[in-house]
Ligand binder design. Structure first.
Ligand SMILES: Nc1ncnc2c1ncn2[C@@H]1O[C@H](COP(=O)(O)OP(=O)(O)OP(=O)(O)O)[C@@H](O)[C@H]1O
Length: 242
């Protein structure tokens, strides 16, 4: 696909002796918010690890911004927020962000910008050890935003947040996409799927749908994405898995 930020071709990953990604092929277009949806254990985190280049892969290729995933030139161009943030518990939010900004070579002014963007302005002087789970997740998201990367890979960034905060973060994601940033965002909450421009629906290490929410609703004749997901699964089971 022209203008793809991520191009995965026949991506195969084995973990713990078991195949967890089965020859995945997909593209993520520039400046879009793409949702990666699927039940726990279907391989979302593994796929994201392959995109940021920290996953050993057994087959296929992943190209990010025209380079092989994990290429050193991508270090400043790709931001990754993991589910379990790697930040220092004995430092404050601000101290952590200052440290990561220095490591990434991001401008100093970025620290306050990203803190405000994720809604942690009121907690900037708190020790990370004293934060709630939802706040901790947002510190991880703030680190990923440092330096304004072109691609953001966010692993369940809204887990444990109240609906107001979730809504605000989704607004931020769209604002970033409006400025040309590409976002790959995982979730297992179907109501978040409707907020994405495109969806990759995963199940058992396979992508079972790759389309816009509207097209998925039309194809399955339902207004509800959760139902659409179920219908796609049913259909696949009828025709037998490829
Ligand atoms: N370190 C590991 N060693 C062996 N197998 C692993 C390892 N990490 C994950 N797996 C397996 O790989 C599969 C995919 O896991 P993955 O974490 O990618 O799923 P997920 O969709 O992100 O799940 P969740 O939503 O719960 O985070 C699972 O079956 C899991 O048991």
């Amino acid at each position: 696909m022209m203008n793809s930020v991520i191009e995965a071709r026949d991506l195969r990953v084995v973990r713990g002796g078991r195949p967890v990604l089965h020859d995945l092929t997909f593209d993520v277009p520039r400046g879009s918010v793409v949702g990666l949806l699927g039940p726990s254990g279907c391989g979302k985190t593994t796929l994201m690890r392959a995109v940021v280049g920290v996953q050993i892969v057994q087959g296929g290729t992943v190209t990010v911004l025209g380079r092989p995933a994990g290429h050193r030139e991508l270090r400043h161009r790709v931001g990754y927020a993991t589910q379990r943030p790697a930040v220092y518990a004995d430092l404050t939010v601000r101290e952590n962000l200052r440290y990561f900004a220095a490591v990434l070579g991001a401008p100093k002014g970025d620290v306050d910008r990203v803190t405000d963007e994720v809604g942690l302005g009121g907690a900037r002087d708190q020790l990370v050890a004293a934060l709630s789970g939802g706040q901790l997740n947002r510190v991880s998201l703030a680190v990923a935003l440092l330096g304004r990367p072109e691609l953001l890979v966010l692993d369940e960034p809204t887990v444990g947040l109240d609906p107001v905060l979730r809504g605000e973060l989704w607004e931020l994601f769209h604002e970033l996409a409006g400025r040309g940033t590409t976002l790959l965002v995982s979730s297992h909450v179907m109501d978040e799927a409707a907020r994405c421009e495109r969806l990759l629906l995963m199940r058992e290490g396979r992508i079972i749908a790759d389309d816009t929410p509207g097209a998925l609703r039309d194809q399955t004749g339902t207004g509800d994405l959760e139902q659409a997901f179920l219908k796609i699964i049913e259909r696949r089971e009828k025709v037998g898995r490829r």
